[in-house]
Write a protein that binds this ligand. Structure first.
Ligand SMILES: Cc1cc2nc3c(=O)[nH]c(=O)nc-3n(C[C@H](O)[C@H](O)[C@H](O)COP(=O)(O)OP(=O)(O)OC[C@H]3O[C@@H](n4cnc5c(N)ncnc54)[C@H](O)[C@@H]3O)c2cc1C
Length: 449
């Protein structure tokens, strides 16, 4: 099938922080009548996923519709057309000629898994990344990544199964988390709070500290929470391999796992730990590398597999393709690669939308400048930490940090309608939580305990 028209077609591949927010930005701009493009958003999933809040699904704080709304609901009041499909091949024809001029005024075509072929004038690449588990023997087979909505549901189901086992036989639930970056620490805080004294949570990190590149305030706040919940930190260790424990014939449902740890620092001894569930939080690879090569006009990718762009987020050599988020490699003014975060993708989406508008309307394109607003994390249902970059040394932690983070994310949810629905829902839940807390405190006082 072929999709093509006389109007301008602006195609966005990937409906995450980069793609969805670019499409919404384009919708919000004012267009001369004859230049308004038809925006088509293609995603393999039926839902947009607000990944920084996946932990709230494990803690039970949020519902799926709140942090992973359906594109059909989100886009129902917009002119954006949504196609659920998987991008297979890019066939751009806007590559520059030898003299640097545009050899073609057309954009190109994209082949989707369903066989659909879409012709576009402008293309936005925002396919994100996937977890990288093939670095340690056994990780692919036995560890669970925590990266997508489906991963979260799988982890939640496995925890519920282990909780039922614990209820029957009282055996402790052993959780091993590989990595103590934000992902590992947020998971450890969330799961240790959920399991309380029914579980043992162990976190393994190659470095001798946690959150090595985070602001001190966030690291200290996280350390306090992890210690108070008796999370065991195995710092200075590499995971050598992950194996099934005991009888190798046992089914995945029944068996536990063994992790062999090798010291990464002098003075430490090798260790072997057991776990009922192994969660993998380190490493990722961009999904652009999964697209089929498309002839001589292939995109320039860096060693990580991210598209190389100029400052305006246009892919080098392809004036009609923009790349952003985890799919793109852009450096800051110090020459450092920008981190693969929602904060970067969100800000880039604003510029990408504007620059497509500028390119169509023959205006100058703007160079992207990342503004680091600070770092935030959840540490369970009532704890969090925020270190804003604009107030040196300030960290909001505990319930205040938790509430401030939630408010910051509420503001960033896509579309006004969704923001209002979620705001009402969170307000209602926190009112119910407060009443329950008050009731339990009153009961304690009255019973004298
Ligand atoms: C658990 C977790 C917690 C995080 N916490 C934070 C945080 O606290 N703060 C922060 O700033 N960042 C955080 N991040 C990172 C942040 O979520 C990503 O950097 C951000 O989502 C990148 O945006 P993106 O648009 O590039 O990719 P994504 O948001 O991942 O979107 C990519 C989209 O492309 C779609 N797609 C992929 N391949 C195809 C294909 N072939 N065909 C069709 N569709 C496709 C996917 O379905 C997806 O919807 C977190 C990430 C994870 C996994």
């Amino acid at each position: 099938m072929y999709l093509c028209a006389s109007t301008l077609w602006k195609l966005t591949l990937g409906g995450g922080f980069g793609g969805l927010y670019t499409a919404l930005r384009l919708e919000s701009l004012v267009w001369p009548d004859d230049k308004k493009p038809q925006v088509v958003l293609v995603d393999q999933s039926e839902r947009f996923v607000f990944k920084p809040m996946l932990y709230e699904l494990l803690s039970g704080e949020a519902d799926v519709w709140e942090i992973a709304p359906r594109f059909s609901d989100l886009l129902s009041n917009t002119g954006i057309q949504f196609l659920r499909d998987r991008v297979k091949t890019l066939l751009p024809c806007d590559h520059l000629g030898g003299n640097g001029s545009e050899s073609s005024v057309a954009g190109g075509t994209v082949l989707l898994e369903s066989g659909f072929l879409i012709e576009y004038d402008w293309l936005v690449l925002a396919l994100g990344a996937e977890p990288k588990l093939d670095v340690v023997p056994g990780a692919m087979e036995f560890a669970l990544p925590f990266y997508t909505l489906e991963d979260t549901i799988r982890v939640k189901e496995k925890l519920s199964k282990l909780e039922r086992r614990n209820f029957k036989d009282g055996s402790a639930i052993k959780v091993a988390i590989v990595g103590c970056g934000y992902g590992g620490v947020e998971l450890a805080a969330t799961i240790s709070e959920r399991l309380q004294d029914r579980g043992i949570v162990q976190c393994i990190n190659v470095s001798k500290s946690i959150l090595t590149s985070a602001p001190n305030g966030n690291r200290e706040a996280a350390m306090k929470v992890l210690m108070s919940r008796k999370v065991q930190l195995l710092l200075g260790y590499l995971v050598r391999c992950i194996k099934r424990a005991g009888d190798s014939e046992a089914s995945e449902e029944d068996g536990g796992y063994v992790l062999e740890l090798q010291p990464a620092e002098r003075g430490l001894e090798s260790q072997v730990i057991e776990a009922d569930i192994v969660l993998w939080t380190i490493g990722s690879k961009p999904l652009l590398t999964k697209l089929e090569p498309s002839g001589p006009n292939v995109l320039p990718l860096n060693v990580r597999g991210q598209a190389e762009t100029d400052e305006t987020l246009r892919v080098k050599g392809h004036p009609r393709i923009f790349a952003l988020g985890d799919s793109s490699s852009l450096r800051d003014s110090d020459g450092k690669l920008l981190p693969t975060t929602a904060q970067v993708a969100f800000q880039e989406a604003d510029f990408t939308g504007w620059n497509i508008w500028a390119a169509i309307n023959d205006r100058p394109l703007l160079p992207f400048r990342f503004q680091n607003l600070g770092e935030m994390m959840t540490l369970g249902r009532y704890d969090g930490a925020i270190s804003p970059s604009f107030i040196e040394g300030l960290t909001l932690e505990g319930p205040i940090g938790h509430a401030a983070r939630k408010l910051a994310y509420l503001i960033r949810l896509p579309t006004d309608e969704h923001r209002i629905k979620v705001g009402i829902s969170w307000f209602a839940k926190s009112a119910v939580d407060s009443v329950a807390l008050l009731q339990s405190n009153l009961t304690k006082i009255l019973s004298g305990s």
